[in-house]
Structures are given as structure tokens and as C-alpha cells.
Design a protein around this ligand. Structure first.
Ligand code: SIN
Length: 301
């Protein structure tokens, strides 16, 4: 945990310690919290500890009516650790670490990228968690879906679990965010942010649970081509890509998901080590503005 200086509050708030209301949203992931202000949690060790424990249990937490300042948003996220910027999405100039995810008429629909993903698995140490606040939402549409990737792993057939144990995979910023860039720019991106390699099944550092850890940033397995997996040379590429596609497709199964409808000042907090998410892009040309504090994590193992 990182200590943070007290921040100015936007309004007087009733004490919330010990009074968090918790309403699970599905049987497998997500809970809505009531009776709590994240501005208070930024200053209050016990309240923060309660939220931290709830995040480990529910994996994604949702709060309404968080009329907090950007400084309070950052201060709350900093309780978990350092924040990171994003090399392509810009951050708020006055609040480093608060990434702006703004969509409007200048981001036409063919440039709206999306897919199920964990944030920034192209880093050697991807983020451990994120705190996302809705600044402006379309009248309808623009929901976000989260997926429990522990449950996705648990539901795999036993022979698949055996097959993927020990496999490792490459994750790439170049092949995703860089794909529309001219070659020189893409190569420069890759030089600054080289691909990362992670286990296909990672272990949650706090709960010890196994997590299916491939997503839209994953390009290929790096150690698939062994005598156990390959009969003849031709099996290598199709065998590996079919297995990877199957694993990536697990995030699209509704039974392991929760879908959240945003309102202004709604906040989502997710454990990025064991979830994936998908921001549904069904609202263009309406405006959608989100701000995300992204907390630095550890190298998966
Ligand atoms: C993200 O992909 O981190 C942002 C999700 C969203 O905008 O709902």
C-alpha cells in the first residue's frame, strides 16, 4: 500500500466506516457498493481495507454517485500503489496517471478499437487494478462487461487444463494499438514497448487461484512446438492458433460475465490480474468520457 497526503473533499460526507452495503450483481463476478465515498476511502485506512477485501472477493466493484475530484480519484487509487500512464491514450495534464478514455465525433466508429482484454498485458508487469470513473455517458449504450477469468479457467475441460499447463504466450502492443500505424512508427513503438511473455495460466498473487491469462493482446504461444503437442511440422501453426483462439473465446461466455450500465459519476474498480473487460461500442456519435487510474502490478507467474 502507498500512503497518500490528505486531499480536499468536494462536500461534507457522513461517516461510512463499517457501513458499506454490498449487493452482488451476478453469481460469479461483480458487486455494487452503497453507503461509501471513495474520497473518504482515500483517507481512511479501515474503509480502504474493507474495499480491498471486497475487491478480492467480487473481482469488480461498482459505485454510484461518486462526485469526487480528480485529485480524490487519484488519491484513492494511489492507496494500492503507483499509477501508470498509457503510451497512446493521454493522461489528464494536471493529474499524471489519470488516463483519459474520451470518445466523441472526432473518434469515428471505424477507429473504435475493442475486444475482451486485461489492461496492458503487453507490459512485463501488467497493472494489478484500475479505478474507472464515468465523466460523461451516452443517453443509452456504452456499457462495460467484465469477466471472471478464474471461473473461466475453472470451467475448462480437464484435458485442456492439462494441455495448457506450462504454456507461455507473447503479448504485444505493436500488434494491437500499433497495427494501424505506419511501419516506422510501429517499429518505434515496439522498441519502446517490446512484447512481453507471460504464463497462459497465472496464479493470483494474493488468493493463490489459477487464472486463464490470454486476451486480445496475446499473439501466439512461445513454447508450443514440443514433441507432445506436434505430430508433424504442419501441426505447429494451426494447432497452436486453434488452441489460442479457443482460450481467448472463453471470455465471451455470458455465465462468467457481469454487464454494468454507466451513469455520470459511476465508478468501477477491477482486479486486472483475474478479470477481462469489454467496453461496448454501440453509441457513436454520442459522447462517452471515462477517466482511468491504472495501478502498477507485478510480473505474472
Ligand atoms: C478500459 O478498457 O480500460 C476502459 C473500459 C471502458 O471504457 O469502459
Amino acid at each position: 500500500m502507498t500512503s497518500s497526503a490528505p486531499v480536499e473533499s468536494t462536500a461534507a460526507r457522513a461517516p461510512t466506516r463499517g457501513s458499506i452495503q454490498v449487493e452482488p450483481l451476478t453469481c460469479v463476478i461483480g458487486a455494487e457498493l452503497g453507503g461509501v465515498s471513495l474520497a473518504d476511502a482515500a483517507r481512511d485506512d479501515a474503509l480502504f481495507a474493507e474495499i480491498k477485501a471486497l475487491l478480492l472477493k467480487h473481482r469488480a466493484l461498482f459505485l454510484r454517485d461518486q462526485d469526487i475530484t480528480r485529485a480524490e480519484h487519484v488519491a484513492f487509487a494511489r492507496r494500492w500503489g503507483e499509477l501508470e500512464d498509457h503510451p497512446i491514450a493521454g493522461s489528464d495534464p494536471d493529474h499524471p496517471g489519470l488516463v483519459r478514455i474520451y470518445r466523441d465525433l472526432n473518434s469515428p466508429p471505424e477507429r473504435y478499437e475493442n475486444s475482451f482484454h486485461c489492461d496492458a498485458t503487453w507490459r512485463e508487469a501488467p497493472p494489478m487494478a484500475c479505478v474507472l470513473r464515468c465523466v460523461e455517458t451516452p443517453a443509452v449504450g456504452g456499457d462495460t462487461i467484465w469477466v471472471n477469468m478464474v471461473e473461466a479457467y475453472n470451467r475448462l475441460p480437464e484435458h485442456i487444463k492439462q494441455r495448457i499447463a506450462g504454456l507461455r504466450a507473447r503479448h504485444s502492443l505493436e500488434a494491437t494499438f500499433g497495427a494501424t500505424m505506419p511501419m516506422e512508427k510501429r517499429r518505434a513503438l515496439r522498441a519502446s514497448y517490446p512484447d512481453a511473455e507471460h504464463p497462459v495460466v497465472r496464479t493470483h498473487p494474493e488468493t493463490g487461484e489459477k487464472i486463464l491469462f490470454v486476451n486480445a493482446f496475446t499473439t501466439h504461444f512461445v513454447n508450443f512446438h514440443t514433441p507432445d503437442n506436434v505430430r508433424v511440422g504442419q501441426d505447429f501453426a494451426p494447432g497452436a492458433s486453434l488452441l489460442l483462439s479457443y482460450l481467448i473465446s472463453q471470455a465471451a461466455i455470458p455465465e462468467v460475465q457481469v454487464r454494468f450500465r454507466w451513469r455520470k459519476d459511476s465508478v468501477a474498480i477491477w482486479d486486472n490480474r483475474c478479470t477481462q473487460h469489454y467496453a461496448v461500442q454501440d453509441y457513436w456519435p454520442a459522447v462517452r468520457k471515462m477517466e482511468r487510474a491504472t495501478i502498477v502490478g507485478d510480473a505474472p507467474c
